[in-house]
Every structure is written in C-alpha cells, then in structure tokens.
Design a protein around this ligand. Structure first.
Ligand SMILES: Cc1ncc(COP(=O)(O)O)c(C=O)c1O
Length: 438
C-alpha cells in the first residue's frame, strides 16, 4: 500500500495529454521527456502532475535538486531577490550575492591553495571555460578526457563527451586537440594503472597537454567509480608534467557523495573544479573554481557572458550552501547511500540481472547485465525497468554508454519512508523484468 505515490488517471492523464497535443505541434521531437505527465508542483522528493497524480522523484531534475523541489528557504531567497533586482550584468553593475557565493564556494573547495570563482549558466559552459582557462594559463593546446565521459553538448564539450549516439550523430567536425584515454573501474578494468602513463605518452607529448578533465565519479557514464589508485596516479602524472587537473564535478559535486566535492574522497586538490546542477537548486548556474594564480593569469574580460552569475541564481546558491550545512545534508547523503547500497546488494542476491552495485554516498547505481560472466549489457531490460517504475509512480534515471545502468539522483531531503517506498517500486520492477527474461 503506497503512502506517497498516487496514480489516479491513465498515464498520461487527460490534462497532460492535452498539453502534449500542443507540444507535438510546437516543440521539436528531439527534445523528449522521461515522464509523459506534466508537472503541476513539486515538494521535496515528490512531484504532483497536472492531473493530480503524485510521483516519487529519484531523478531530481537530472541531479539538480539536492535540496528538493520548492525548498521554502530557496523560494524565499528567490522571491526576495526578484523584488530587488533581477539582472544588471556583474560587469556593468556588481552585486554582493555574486561575491558572497564566490567566497563561500572557494572556502568549500578542497586544498590549501587560494581559490577564485567565476560563474556561468550551465555545466557545459563551465567545462568550456575551464578548458579556456587551462589553455590560457599553460599556453598548451591538448586536453585529455576519458572513456565514458560526459561533459556537455556544445561543440567543445560534445567533442569531450564519449558517447557518439545520440550526442554526436552528424554533428561534426569536432573540436581539435581532444585525446581520449581509458578510465579503469573495478567492474570494467580497461587498463592497469601502472600502464596508464605509457599509454598516455603513446598518444601525445605530455608537454602539449594543458589539462586532464575528469569526472571523479562518472555521471552520465553510469556512476563509474575509478579503480583505487587511479585518481592519485593521474594527479602524480599531472604534477610530473605540469598538466592541470580539472575535476568536472557538475554531477558528483555539491554534496551528493557525502563530501561537498567527490574528489575529496581521494584527498586530491584539483587545479580547477567545475560545479553546476545542484549548485542553485535548479536555477541556471554553474561555477569554475580555480586556483588563484591560474585564473588570475588570464587577461581582463577574456571570460564571461551576459547572464553569468545571475543574482537570483546566486541567492539560491547561497541558500543551497546554508541548507547543506543546517540540514546536515552531507551526513544525510552518507546515510541514504548506505541504506541504498544495502538494499541494492540484497536485490543483487535475488536478481541475476543485476551485475554490479556501486557508488559513493548517495551517488549509487546498479548495472544490469544479460550474463554475470560476460557482463553483456542488458540495455533493453534496463529501459523496461525504468518504464515499469514510471507506470507505478517512480521517476528513476537511466545512464551508461550502453544504457544499462540505473542511478540514484534523488533529493537528499527525501524522507526514509519515501525512499523505502520508491525502492519497493524499483525492486518490483527489477523482479518483473528479471522474471520475464529468457
Ligand atoms: C559531469 C557533467 N559535466 C557536464 C555536464 C553538462 O551540464 P549541462 O547540461 O548543464 O550543460 C553534465 C550534465 O549532465 C555532467 O553530468
């Protein structure tokens, strides 16, 4: 018996259907949605649709809602700011929320070096600018990225992203100077860590490399956690050849792993961190947090943009940091993660289709396989699990180059009861699809 989920209509219901008719006329079909139902309102980890159905949301706007839907402190900060001023452009008339959020984020960033913060509008823009800063500082052109990476959809970040379909189909030619190397994980050990340096040197002269850009835990790639020692080895190589270490924390940052930034789990201080998604509770904001001497080496006005660091988004960002501290969301991420891990491992004992359970903190995932020996991806089955969840009122996110991973992007403010109810739906869906396997 569900306490939170309530599905009263066909899916989609009549009101959603009506909006959808207009959508099919005016919105390009390439912009698909996971849910066929249109949202009316959200609260914490719950979404109510326009037909009155209630869903548990494990997608959190693809990882933007660590503090949940419509947190009252975010709503108040946004309202208050909107009544004062919406926009000036910081380079025309500066405002304090920009400076305040920059100072707070620079203090949260790991390591002893002094940091400075530049704001942008989305994750891809932050990564683009991190690369510009790295190239500008090192005067080198090459950028090394990793198998399974996702960095965005602009020309440069699409090039840096691994997956060809759908992200790159017929969208080339791609940006030059990007080199892709293996990203070893325990479940997919693509290279021995001790062989990594020689493999890298076989591709490119390290004196030409401006930066390694790496997700400390891959997001879209399926919450892949690098094998023990890999990030440390990368840091060692980056110091040996004066290559900048750029951590793309757009998905893994802002507390999801139980640390403010995932890279802290390895005790590494990156030269540059890219943050986004949950940074401003769903408002468009991203940040590049860089060592002071690196970012201050660039000429004035060489980075920026009309809307970057919008005051409403900065106010929301400050409140996100306050909520993380006051509601102890880092501890909550660890607690939720342990609960999820235990449940996923129990599920793996029962359901052959689950090949791997992995993650750090609340950044947990399951990889689905056709066969535990071969680890062949169960892609079609994973998509059936996601659909099955949806039809029972749970929004859950798929991931992975082979589309065979389900990842937890839930708001950290989710209650224990809501989490349990959502996990029950997920387990039933896995059982149904696993049972129906040939
Ligand atoms: C690690 C990572 N980098 C960059 C991006 C791109 O962010 P955006 O979609 O905000 O441009 C994403 C988005 O999923 C991401 O997960």
């Amino acid at each position: 018996m569900n306490k939170f989920i309530s599905i009263k209509t066909s899916m989609p219901g009549p009101k959603s259907k009506k909006i959808d008719e207009k959508r099919s006329k005016y919105v390009p079909s390439i912009l698909g949605s996971l849910s066929p139902c249109y949202i009316d309102s959200g609260k914490g980890a719950l979404i109510k649709d326009v037909d009155g159905n209630t869903f548990i949301d494990f997608t959190g706007g693809w990882g933007c809602l660590i503090v949940g839907h419509a947190h009252p402190r975010i709503v108040n900060a946004v309202k208050d700011q909107a009544e004062k001023y919406l926009h000036t452009d910081f380079t025309a008339v500066p405002y304090e929320p920009f400076v305040q959020l920059a100072s707070r984020l620079s203090i949260f960033a790991p390591g002893k070096s002094e940091k400075k913060v530049a704001f942008f509008n989305c994750g891809a823009e932050a990564v683009e600018n991190a690369v510009k800063i790295a190239r500008g500082y090192t005067k080198r052109k090459a950028v090394v990225v990793f198998e399974g990476a996702f960095h965005g959809r602009t020309l440069l970040t699409m090039t840096m992203t691994h997956q060809a379909i759908p992200y790159k189909c017929n969208f080339g030619p791609f940006a030059p100077g990007i080199y892709r190397v293996p990203y070893p994980t325990d479940y997919h050990p693509s290279i021995k860590i001790e062989d990594f340096e020689s493999k890298l040197l076989s591709y490119i002269d390290p004196k030409e490399i401006a930066a390694f850009v790496i997700e400390p835990i891959q997001g879209e790639g399926g919450f892949r956690v690098p094998s023990d020692g890999f990030l440390e080895e990368l840091k060692r190589i980056s110091e040996k050849y004066n290559i900048l270490f750029v951590a793309d924390e757009i998905q893994s940052g802002m507390g999801r792993t139980g640390k403010m930034f995932a890279i802290e789990n390895w005790g590494i201080e990156p030269d540059i961190i890219c943050a986004g998604k949950s940074i401003a509770a769903g408002l468009p904001l991203s940040a590049v947090i860089a060592k002071k001497e690196i970012i201050d080496s660039l000429p004035n006005n060489s980075i920026g943009g009309t809307y970057v660091g919008n005051p409403v988004a900065c106010r929301a960002g400050i409140e996100v940091l306050n909520i993380i501290q006051d509601e102890k969301l880092l501890e909550r991420a660890k607690y939720l993660g342990e609960k999820i891990r235990k449940r996923f491992l129990k599920m793996r004992d029962k359901h052959e289709i689950i090949g791997d359970v992995r993650g750090i903190g609340a950044m947990m995932a399951m990889e689905f396989v056709k066969n535990r020996e071969t680890r062949a991806p169960a892609s079609e089955e994973t998509s059936r699990i996601v659909k099955e969840c949806l039809s029972h009122g749970l929004l859950v996110a798929g991931a992975g180059i082979n589309h065979n991973v389900i990842r937890m992007l839930l708001p950290l403010v989710i209650t224990d009861e809501q989490l349990d109810e959502g996990l029950d739906v997920l387990e039933n869906a896995v059982a149904k699809v696993n049972g129906g396997r040939s």
